[in-house]
Design a protein around this ligand. Structure first.
Ligand code: NAD
Length: 456
């Protein structure tokens, strides 16, 4: 590994990856890979996570294709940098902010969107002119091995390599010197990454998780309730079965409105996933037995079980868990303390919907907050009084596809941001370049100090 990494560094130092034409060729290579290997990618996602091919295309191949096109279209403009204003005293001078690549970067990713979470940062790393090592997760082995094969045959292997393995390999990689580490995963491993990075003063981006709440106001129009319930059900159970960092972790609703919302959600679950969701291929599978038993234990907690109002059936052999709703599990139960990361959805009732603000504020800052409401005052308060990576009104998880807004966490949900131009910036150093002329040199800015006072 050390030999390969040092070979990559040498290649980076040759300047090849800085060329705009190299960056474009790699992005085009990646786009060809996605198009030509689409069927294999969807198959691997089915194998590792039981994702329906339509969901898999929407969440991974489709979004990535768009990100590549955006990067290709904007690359030369992003690379050009921008001129900066200077104070008057700097007459006949010019200043520019010029992006330069960071160097050799490490991207470590998670298993739930194995292609998206590996290639989305890689697009940014390539666009910014870096060499990159990718370490996908060992928990989605078919996807990781396909990633390795695809990247080896479509991209420049002198500068882009995949290393496959688990925590041990992760540790070995973290011992190397990198110019940037981009990590997607748990807060627990995020801490390990950060302390390893500290040894080399390597900058890091941490894309972590947490518990993302969805606040549902007592919507007066039945249409609004229907749409809110539909979007909550689809976002929670229809995207990797709730195994997503921006999945709704729990819902907050007024006590009187909870039965209306629950009934509407049950109807949507039936419509989307059928009477027998296990036989319907639209719910992805839990990634492995370890996560299956973790989720089973969350539900087995006695008080959590008592609050079950829908679903709850499980099949360990096929790693299937039915879309499940709980109402008011105790706040001290595991399901309300840990990130759920699966198709279990607790609904917490409050007296007044405004109480949800304090509820959210009293917990770690989430990656996303969702609020379904037409009440502008509540929207304003929710936005200004809480802190989260993103906030979305009247929908969920759609922020992931909007490449003009930054994607990333704050506080416990991580730091740093990417997507679109933000990915390019994340893998670039903005160098200040100042150009002075030999003409006009004001005598009073140099010693001996003769003026009483002057300001530049
Ligand atoms: P994880 O932290 O267990 O693993 C992430 C990566 O780190 C994997 O590649 C893994 O092999 C590696 N790794 C694991 N242990 C390691 C160690 N001791 N040393 C070095 N490397 C190690 O996380 P996960 O189970 O893959 O993902 C689940 C978590 O990731 C959830 O908390 C979820 O919310 C979060 N997540 C965040 C985002 C985001 O964009 N913010 C996206 C997906 C997942």
């Amino acid at each position: 590994m050390e030999r390969e990494v040092s070979g990559m560094r040498k290649y980076y130092e040759s300047g090849k990856t800085k060329e705009a034409s190299w960056r474009e060729s790699q992005l085009k290579g990646l786009r060809s890979a996605l198009m030509e290997k689409e069927e294999d990618i969807l198959k691997a996602l089915k194998q590792d996570l039981g994702k329906h091919h339509v969901e898999a295309f929407r969440d991974e191949v489709g979004i990535l294709g768009r990100s590549i096109d955006v990067a290709l279209k904007s690359l030369r403009r992003w690379m050009a940098g921008r001129e900066a204003k200077l104070p008057k005293i700097a007459v006949l001078s010019r200043a520019d902010i010029v992006p330069e690549p960071l160097g050799l970067v490490l991207i470590m990713s998670s298993w739930n969107f194995p292609f998206g979470l590996s290639l989305e940062p890689l697009i940014g790393a390539i666009a910014a002119g870096n060499a990159a090592v990718l370490k996908p997760s060992e928990m989605s082995p078919a996807c990781s091995s396909l990633l390795a094969t695809i990247l080896a045959s479509y991209l420049d292997n002198n500068a882009i390599k995949v290393f496959q393995g688990g925590p041990q390999l992760g540790q070995q990689l973290l011992c190397q010197k990198w110019d940037k580490i981009f990590f997607t995963g748990s807060a627990q491993v995020g801490r390990i990454v950060m302390s390893a990075a500290a040894q080399h003063l390597t900058p890091v981006t941490l894309e972590l998780g947490g518990k993302c709440p969805a606040v549902v106001d007592s919507l007066s129009a039945s249409w609004d309730t229907q749409v809110a319930a539909k979007r909550i059900v689809s976002a929670k159970y229809g995207s990797c079965a709730g195994q997503a960092c921006i999945a709704i972790d729990y819902v907050i609703v007024e006590r009187n409105f909870a039965p209306v919302l629950v009934e509407s959600m049950k109807a949507w679950i039936n419509k989307m996933f059928g009477e027998n969701p296990k036989e319907n291929n639209s719910v992805a599978r839990v990634v492995n037995k370890q996560h299956f038993s973790r989720l089973k234990n969350l539900l087995d907690y006695p008080e959590a079980k008592n609050s079950l109002v829908f679903g709850g059936s499980m099949d360990e052999d096929s790693l299937f868990i039915e879309p499940t709703i709980l109402v008011d599990p105790p706040l001290e139960s595991e399901i309300m303390r840990e990130e759920i990361f699966g198709p279990l959805l607790p609904i917490i009732t409050v007296e007044k919907i405004e109480d949800s603000i304090q509820f959210i504020k009293s917990r770690p800052k989430p990656l996303a907050i969702y609020a379904f409401t037409n009440n502008k005052t509540l929207q304003r308060r929710m936005s200004s009084e809480t802190s989260s990576g993103s906030i979305v009104f009247n929908d969920a998880i759609v922020q992931y596809v909007a490449d003009t807004i930054p994607f990333g966490g704050v506080g416990g949900s991580g730091f740093g941001k990417y997507h679109g131009k933000f990915s390019f910036d994340t893998f670039s150093h903005e160098k200040a370049v100042m150009q002075r002329s030999f003409y006009t040199d004001f005598w009073f800015r140099h010693p001996p100090w003769t003026l009483n006072k002057f300001q530049l």
